[in-house]
Write a protein that binds this ligand. Structure first.
Ligand code: FAD
Length: 437
């Protein structure tokens, strides 16, 4: 960590949304001495969601928080690779992660369980978390920014808005409400115990207490990924399929086993057996939406910044949504620290300029990866199975966002001083993105 400007410790920051983006921002600001209040609309702590993946780029953030890695290890998935099979269960190839060992550690597990560990860490270092606090309004002047919560007006030096895909802050920052677009795909997702899998000879091997399994079955325009963890007691699967239904971004929309089975008509019996072993209440149908890259993440008076899904929702096939939201949180905290209380506006613009091109480039990977699986010609795949392997880019995963922010902050601020009217250019930024070369 760089030397802390004196003004950092008397800085007050409000964070909105206690997902991984908001919690990371709050922890990183707090550990730099700022006073932090985090507002979360949910009334109670519930372990929501199913499997979530953190690459080694965000794994290093978890590991920098004392005690967190030790708590994550027992609940996370541990396997050395991913086995690909065709829809008819023909073995295609196995992708081993050993080449990435030097890049750091990945953490994949139940979103609710991982979230609980991070939540408790935030509390332990003095982040004030207010549950049942739905932000109704944002405001800013040249000297402060704030929120209205349960009728109370609260102000601070800066507001970091990590309020998710349906962000209210986004409307304030942009001055208009941007609408999501259907991506043409949806995902059935499940997290379940392995009792039923054990009963079926086709699937019993998935409940092996000695080894975690990770298998992907691929077919025309559909992919089905299965992971087991926690000594063979838990299993999570995701099934991405074409879907032109109305856009509804919800983690709680129920899914139906019979509908899920129809999307894999003609596939191998084992795929059907896994889906049919799913308790109905454990199945979610989640629509995947796109949003055009936002013209900016920072409000007109530059005291409110968007982060995480509020700024840039990801397709799951990028396997980077949660990781990038955490990188946002770290970078914003460092920019506020280095800018200090008197340069909050410059700090938040630097945050935007540092993060924007990297996020855009990783977002694009989601589309490329999905199309690599979904648009593949399966005659070709069987001749050349290696083509289904996930690209694992060094520039995405072998990246220390904290070091990067400290390294480039001064030059970023200087460039903004020279060009005060700078705004991100979504097309240019992604094409010229240096790391992606
Ligand atoms: C309930 C839920 C379950 C999920 N499950 C999975 C999963 O299983 N697998 C996966 O890969 N990804 C899952 N995600 C998405 C994933 O967590 C995010 O894509 C990623 O981690 C980026 O997080 P974020 O902090 O930007 O946004 P989110 O994780 O969406 O967090 C946003 C937070 O802001 C809160 N909020 C929204 N509006 C307000 C407001 N006005 N005032 C106060 N608080 C507000 C929300 O309640 C939420 O807690 C889930 C998200 C949610 C909300």
């Amino acid at each position: 960590m760089g030397s802390m400007p004196e003004s950092s410790s008397d800085m007050k920051v409000l964070v909105v949304g206690a997902g991984f983006g908001g919690l990371t921002a709050a922890i990183e600001c707090r550990k730099r001495g700022m006073s932090v209040t985090l507002f979360e609309s949910s009334k109670e702590r519930r372990q929501l969601g199913d499997i979530i993946s953190f690459g080694s780029n965000s794994g290093r953030i978890f590991r920098s928080w004392p005690g967190v890695e030790d708590e994550l290890d027992p609940v996370c998935h541990h396997s050395d690779g991913l086995t690909f099979r065709a829809f008819d269960d023909d073995f295609l190839c196995r992708q081993i992660w050993d080449a990435e060992a030097d890049w750091g550690k990945r953490f994949n597990g139940h979103r609710g369980e991982i979230h609980d560990i991070v939540w408790r860490h935030a509390l332990s270092i003095g982040v004030e978390i207010r549950l049942g606090s739905k932000v109704q309004e944002y405001f800013e002047t040249d000297t402060e920014a704030g929120v209205v919560v349960n009728g109370e007006r609260i102000s601070a030096d800066a507001v970091l808005a990590a309020d998710g895909v349906r962000s209210l802050a986004r409307t304030i920052v942009l001055g208009f409400e941007d609408k999501p677009k259907s991506s043409g795909y949806a995902v059935y997702r499940s997290w379940m115990g392995t009792e039923k899998l054990k009963e079926n000879p086709l699937t019993a091997w998935l409940a092996d207490p000695t080894i975690d399994h990770h298998v992907g079955w691929l077919g025309p325009d559909v992919h089905f990924l299965v992971a087991t963890l926690q000594k063979g007691t838990a299993c999570s699967w995701v099934l991405t399929h074409k879907d032109e239904a109305d856009v509804e971004e919800s983690w709680s929309a129920p899914g139906y086993v019979e509908d899920a089975v129809k999307t894999v008509d003609g596939w191998a019996p084992i795929v059907h057996a896994i889906i049919r072993a799913t308790p109905p209440e454990s199945l979610v149908d989640w629509k995947l939406v796109f949003r055009d890259p936002l013209p900016t993440w920072v409000s007109p008076k530059r005291r409110i910044a968007l982060m995480g899904d509020a700024a840039h929702p990801f397709l799951p096939t990028s396997i980077q949504g949660a990781s990038q939201s955490m990188e946002d949180g770290v970078t914003a905290a460092i920019c506020l620290e280095l800018g200090g209380k008197n340069n909050v506006q410059e700090g938040l613009r630097a945050y935007e300029k540092i993060r924007y091109p990297r996020v855009l480039a990783t977002q694009r990977m989601g589309v490329t990866n999905r199309d690599n699986w979904h648009k593949a010609d399966f005659n070709e795949v069987k001749k050349n199975p290696e083509m289904v392997k996930l690209p694992r880019q060094d520039w995405v995963l072998n990246f220390d966002c904290s070091k990067h922010a400290y390294d480039v902050y001064n030059e970023t601020v200087e460039s903004l001083r020279k060009d005060p009217s700078w705004k991100p250019n979504p097309v240019l930024e992604s094409e010229e993105y240096a790391y992606a070369k």
